[in-house]
Design a binder for this molecule. Structure first.
Ligand SMILES: *[C@@H]1O[C@H](CO)[C@@H](O)[C@H](O)[C@H]1NC(C)=O
Ligand SMILES: *[C@@H]1O[C@H](CO)[C@@H](O)[C@H](O)[C@H]1NC(C)=O
Ligand SMILES: *[C@@H]1O[C@H](CO)[C@@H](O)[C@H](O)[C@H]1NC(C)=O
Ligand SMILES: *[C@@H]1O[C@H](CO)[C@@H](O)[C@H](O)[C@H]1NC(C)=O
Ligand SMILES: *[C@@H]1O[C@H](CO)[C@@H](O)[C@H](O)[C@H]1NC(C)=O
Ligand SMILES: *[C@@H]1O[C@H](CO)[C@@H](O)[C@H](O)[C@H]1NC(C)=O
Ligand SMILES: *[C@@H]1O[C@H](CO)[C@@H](O)[C@H](O)[C@H]1NC(C)=O
Ligand SMILES: *[C@@H]1O[C@H](CO)[C@@H](O)[C@H](O)[C@H]1NC(C)=O
Ligand SMILES: *[C@@H]1O[C@H](CO)[C@@H](O)[C@H](O)[C@H]1NC(C)=O
Ligand SMILES: *[C@@H]1O[C@H](CO)[C@@H](O)[C@H](O)[C@H]1NC(C)=O
Ligand SMILES: *[C@@H]1O[C@H](CO)[C@@H](O)[C@H](O)[C@H]1NC(C)=O
Ligand SMILES: *[C@@H]1O[C@H](CO)[C@@H](O)[C@H](O)[C@H]1NC(C)=O
Length: 752
């Protein structure tokens, strides 16, 4: 068997010594192993490709959007240790996941980019996936009668080659020190794999050996492949040069000058419990483990939710197809999410139609043959666009797909709910319904119609659920905060007033007329506008800076918003500062209204920077007095974003409810977030502190005045230690030099 191309082994593999016993070969040359079956879809596949191959041939794959090379095993391979394959492709949009066919369960989807950053078209790269250490964070593959392997393309399709697919029966892990970082005042956090010799660790600060006086080793609950050991030093850190040698590895740091930081012990306001919310959390265990305080039923599909049958329609997210709601019955959903301890937000459909069944769709190929694209899975449902991108005409008859909906049907539904929501929103981003739901509501929605729908549906919601708080208008973005889908003629027709200010004024009048508030919470969706999709170093730094758009009166947005577009009449319109801006409008126009963000996103659920953005944002919500927020959407429980929620609320330990001001000398919000709070526990006031270091390569050190010496619960994620639920109880003898490693978020809470 001639080796045509030299294999390149990636970093992931260097750390592992692979011992192969009774491996199962799925593909070597020319055909699948005889008992394996091809269950692929939407793909052109050759098992005898010779244009690039190891041995005599390889598998070439050309998948359309979301299609896959799917290989079915004769039996479960759950007892195997890992999966090994060679791949040749330009860094593609391909993910790998395993499936348990009988139980219809699938593993998390692992992007190829999380397994290797170095795959190329120039040759094969060998990848070994350890089922006990799944990228990106080292979780276990988990239980399942896994019997199917899927390489699935993303939305752009994918063209690639794979070769030498095999299941390996054993992976022997070589003991190794993976990282060593200074943490807090006198800890070294070591991450290791295998049985390392801790006695080889030597720590030197400015040339002097530091004595190790204690050690504690812990295994993170969700990511057991990597172990963390906290070494306690006899001496506290100071600025200078720190070097740590451990086994054959060494780790060096420059400890910076400390930043004087004052925690002022006088609380300014109560932090709302409801800012730690998530859209559609996965499970009760997810809510409890991350400490999710608010669960939201929302998003584009709920606009068409029909409680009589639990049908919904995807709108332009997926070919205007009806389906059974992914989240089942709303009442049941309210039951289990509130049963798990979260408050709930329910979006009430507020257009004139809801899905009539689980199967219809609005733009059948038989009626509209001339469309831009059709559902790759059925080829029959179109996207409602002509090939030139304009909306197909004539508008379909809504009765083909929908059944009518109105306030009396909504009222009957809400009245009969067994589980009452705490908050309702009036639908979801209906200002853009003529786009997302062009079939249902083809006419652009203007100020008057949207106001009328909010008033009508809020009125019946308050009749059906007297205690509920109503949140609206859930506008999708900055642009639609200030105008409607009709455009500026609509502003002009309304006293030249921007949408949100006009809406607040009108809702204030509506309260007078109704004798009660019909709007309790001004609800918005906030998606950061800068483009960080490149996810390179510059994009990551931008992602971490852009949290300033929540609050900073000097931060000019680094997106289209920042290049002065005269699309509204707001002062300083290139500076978003969305929280204080909206609070100011509320105070001027409709005081007493709360402020929520029922959708927001870090822009990178699985990247460490997404986790740091989330931790920073949660701190900002508390500091700036946001009343409620729910993340879009359920980040995987082991993802960096989920860890940010866990940092503040995980497992029953909560960041305090009283916000404390913090002054940091030479504070640079591009690279640092510091948030303090206190809470009264058993009659004692205990401080909690969250520090987010956004610098990719340098530790930060705070001289934390006002942080008493004593025992603390320490939580952290990120940095060289990686993404895991790291938690320990520590003693701080002096808070005059508290180190937070690069790209790390730390939580410290005083213990009684
Ligand atoms: C992949 O398939 C598409 C059709 O689905 C075709 O247009 C394209 O040329 C193919 N790409 C390659 C590299 O074969
Ligand atoms: C897998 O199953 C075992 C035995 O039933 C159980 O102890 C373990 O917690 C399960 N692991 C996961 C990840 O579900
Ligand atoms: C770790 O701590 C234990 C006591 O908890 C001690 O026996 C052991 O020697 C320590 N190991 C090292 C390498 O310091
Ligand atoms: C360190 O030692 C381990 C085995 O003890 C070895 O696998 C690894 O390659 C070594 N690393 C370096 C950087 O030399
Ligand atoms: C750390 O510093 C030591 C002493 O200067 C040096 O020998 C070692 O190579 C450095 N390690 C790294 C990873 O740079
Ligand atoms: C797009 O195509 C449709 C159907 O062919 C046509 O009616 C329409 O005028 C076109 N729109 C534009 C902007 O060219
Ligand atoms: C739409 O379809 C329904 C049911 O088939 C029918 O009653 C109605 O007249 C149709 N509407 C229009 C405008 O054609
Ligand atoms: C809503 O629709 C139902 C059923 O079609 C109808 O009985 C009811 O009168 C309608 N209510 C309103 C307010 O239009
Ligand atoms: C809201 O209710 C009023 C009074 O019933 C009605 O006239 C109006 O058409 C409704 N608004 C919408 C958008 O349906
Ligand atoms: C129109 O807007 C101006 C401020 O721009 C305000 O003074 C005036 O009261 C508004 N008029 C009405 C009818 O809302
Ligand atoms: C606009 O921003 C500048 C700079 O932050 C500030 O000095 C000024 O007061 C702002 N103007 C308004 C109307 O908010
Ligand atoms: C959460 O608490 C439970 C029970 O106290 C404990 O078993 C579990 O390990 C904790 N999880 C984490 C991530 O700390």
């Amino acid at each position: 068997m001639a080796i045509l191309l030299k294999r390149r082994f990636i970093g992931l593999l260097l750390a592992l010594l692979v011992k192969v016993q009774a491996d199962e070969f799925i593909y070597t040359d020319n055909a699948l192993a005889s008992d394996w079956q091809d269950w692929s879809w939407g793909s052109t596949i050759s098992y005898t490709a010779t244009d690039i191959a190891e041995g005599t041939s390889s598998i070439s794959v050309n998948s359309t959007a979301y299609s896959a090379l799917s290989l079915k095993a004769p039996a479960s391979f759950a007892t195997m240790a890992g999966f090994k394959f060679d791949v040749s492709v330009s860094q593609p949009d391909v993910s790998l996941y395993f499936q348990d066919t009988a139980a219809n369960v699938q593993s998390p989807s692992i992007p190829l980019s999380a397994m290797s950053s170095s795959v190329t078209t120039a040759g094969f790269t060998s990848i070994l996936l350890n089922f006990q250490n799944i990228p990106p964070n080292g979780a276990v593959l988990g239980n399942g009668s896994w019997d199917r392997i899927n390489f699935q393309a993303g939305g752009n399709g994918a063209v690639y080659h794979v070769d030498n697919l095999e299941l390996v029966s054993e992976i022997v892990v070589t003991p190794e020190f993976l990282s060593a970082e200074p943490l807090t005042s006198n800890l070294i956090a070591l991450t290791t794999q295998g049985a390392v010799d801790l006695s080889t660790v030597k720590v030197k600060l400015n040339g002097k050996n530091l004595q190790v006086t204690g050690n504690k080793t812990l295994i993170p609950v969700d990511t057991p492949a990597t172990t963390i050991t906290y070494l306690t030093l006899g001496t506290s850190f100071t600025s200078g040069s720190l070097s740590i040698s451990a086994g054959n590895s060494s780790f060096n740091f420059t400890l910076p000058a400390k930043l004087d930081t004052t925690i002022i012990p006088i609380s300014t306001h109560v932090i709302s419990d409801l800012v730690y919310g998530i859209n559609f959390p996965d499970s009760a265990a997810y809510i409890q483990s991350l400490g999710v305080t608010l669960s939201r039923w929302g998003g584009n599909a709920v606009t068409a939710y029909n409680p009589n049958g639990d049908f919904t329609n995807a709108g332009n997210d997926w070919y205007f197809e009806n389906r059974v709601s992914d989240d089942g019955n709303a009442d049941n959903w309210l039951g289990w999410t509130s049963g798990a301890g979260s408050k709930t937000t329910l979006a009430i459909p507020a257009l004139d139609w809801v899905a009539k069944d689980a199967t219809s769709y609005s733009y059948p190929a038989s009626v509209y043959p001339d469309q831009q694209s059709f559902d790759p899975y059925n080829g029959l449902a179109g996207d409602g666009l002509f090939p030139n991108g304009s909306y197909v005409t004539p508008v379909p008859n809504q009765s083909n797909t929908y059944t009518s909906w109105n306030t009396s049907l909504a009222k009957a539904w809400l009245t009969n709910l067994v589980h009452k929501p705490d908050i309702v929103t009036i639908d979801n981003e209906i200002e853009i319904a003529s786009n997302t739901h062009q079939d249902m509501h083809p006419v652009p929605m203007g100020y008057d119609e949207e106001l009328s729908r909010v008033v009508n549906f809020s009125t019946i919601a308050k009749q059906a659920l007297p205690k509920v708080q109503v949140a609206a208008p859930s506008s999708c973005s900055w642009w639609y905060y200030w105008t409607s889908e009709i455009g500026y003629t609509d502003n002009a027709a309304h006293n030249n007033t921007d949408w949100i200010p006009w809406f607040l004024t009108q809702m204030k009048s509506a309260e007078k007329k109704a004798g009660k508030r019909l709007l309790d919470i001004l609800d918005l969706h906030y998606y950061f506008q800068p483009d960080t999709s490149a996810n390179d170093a510059a994009a990551k730094a931008l992602r971490l800076r852009m949290t300033r758009s929540w609050w900073d009166p000097t931060y000019v947005d680094e997106s289209w918003i920042g290049t002065s577009t005269p699309q509204n009449q707001q002062p300083n319109a290139t500076i978003v500062q969305v929280i204080p801006r909206m609070q100011k409008l509320i105070n001027q126009l409709y005081p007493g209204t709360k402020l929520s963000f029922s959708e927001w996103s870090s822009t990178a659920d699985s990247d460490i920077t997404g986790g740091l953005v989330t931790a920073d944002s949660l701190g900002i919500f508390g500091k700036f007095g946001v009343d409620a927020a729910t993340y879009w959407s359920d980040p995987s429980i082991t993802s960096p974003v989920a860890l940010a929620f866990w940092l503040f609320r995980g497992n029953g330990t909560n960041f305090g409810d009283l916000s404390l001001p913090v002054n940091v000398n030479k504070f640079n919000p591009d690279i640092l977030g510091v948030y303090a709070s206190s809470s009264v526990v058993k009659g004692r006031e205990l401080i909690s502190l969250v520090i987010v270091n956004k610098d990719p390569s340098n530790p930060v050190a705070l001289n934390a005045l006002g942080l008493p010496a004593g025992d603390y619960l320490l939580r952290h994620f990120g940095g060289q230690a990686g993404v895991a639920k790291f938690q320990n109880t520590i003693s701080i003898h002096s808070s005059s030099y508290i180190v937070v490693p690069a790209y790390t978020a730390v939580f410290l809470q005083q213990q009684i």
